[in-house]
Design a protein around this ligand. Structure first.
Ligand code: 6PG
Length: 248
């Protein structure tokens, strides 16, 4: 099912396998659009939801994507050691990166073990050196985002939604419940990407999906509602459980 609202397109899938396969079709069609001599910048999300997607990419795209062209970044990272089970890098490494022929020099890990402020500056500096500028805008080719039950995306939480409009590319943040330090992309990365895909699955996301998509009271105070790409629409990929309250 496909519905377009404001600058959002919504696709709802019967199974998470179908959703994962659709992410792959979006990714591969985005890669085909880029001249073969150019690199492709892919910004990964953390959390649980992307795991199935990364498993599908690892098994289906190992030999169908030219990984030497791909540059891998993260939209956010927990400020923990890369061996820590909380690490978004560790998750992507174990599920995806260790299973595809991607040169290690193409993987730009956010150093969770470093000083958060220093690392946010380092990462903000390296990003423009590796991502194309299109019409004066630093434009990652593809960013995958998750959605928290509180409406956060990347590691921009409602409590620090002002990070969305930061002049910096990456900022430090703090999980409002655990206090865990994070490093997060800001709106300058998220809304400048050429393809912006938000993935949400499961019953637990149904309320926040409804609040944002139907623009219910207070929706505009949720960071994920600020995902409004400069060019094109944010692509929301949902399973039936997460879309349960949309009634399209
Ligand atoms: C993170 C993510 C975060 C995540 C949402 C949804 O580092 O945790 O970047 O934004 O996408 O919290 O997480 P789940 O997929 O685990 O529900």
């Amino acid at each position: 099912m496909y519905v377009v609202l404001m600058a959002i397109s919504i696709e709802i899938f019967d199974t998470t396998d179908d959703l994962a396969r659709h992410v792959i079709s979006l990714l591969t069609s985005a890669i085909v659009e880029i001249p073969a001599d150019q690199t492709f910048s892919l910004v990964l999300s953390g959390g649980r939801t992307p795991k199935l997607i990364y498993r599908h990419i690892a098994s289906i795209c190992k030999n169908t994507i030219d990984w030497t062209r791909m540059k891998i970044f993260w939209g956010d990272e927990r400020c923990v050691d890369p061996r820590n089970p909380e690490s978004n890098y560790k998750m992507a490494r174990e599920i995806l990166l260790d299973h595809i022929p991607i040169p290690s020099s193409n993987i730009f890990r956010i150093r969770g073990e470093a000083d958060p402020v220093e690392e946010s500056i380092r990462y903000s500096d390296l990003f423009p050196l590796n991502v194309k500028v299109q019409q004066g805008i630093l434009q990652p080719d593809f960013i995958m985002l998750g959605l928290g039950e509180d409406g956060h995306t990347a590691s921009i939480f409602p409590e620090n939604i002002e990070l969305f409009s930061s002049e910096k590319l990456f900022e430090t943040a703090e999980h409002p419940v655990t206090g865990q330090k994070r490093i997060t992309a800001t709106g300058k990365i998220i809304n400048h990407a050429k393809r912006v895909v938000i993935v949400a699955t499961g019953e637990a996301k149904a309320d926040v999906v409804e609040k944002i998509i139907k623009q219910l009271d207070g929706f505009d105070r949720l960071p994920a509602a600020r995902v409004q790409p400069e060019k094109g629409a944010a692509i929301w990929l949902l399973d039936r459980a997460a879309a349960r309250k949309l009634h399209f």
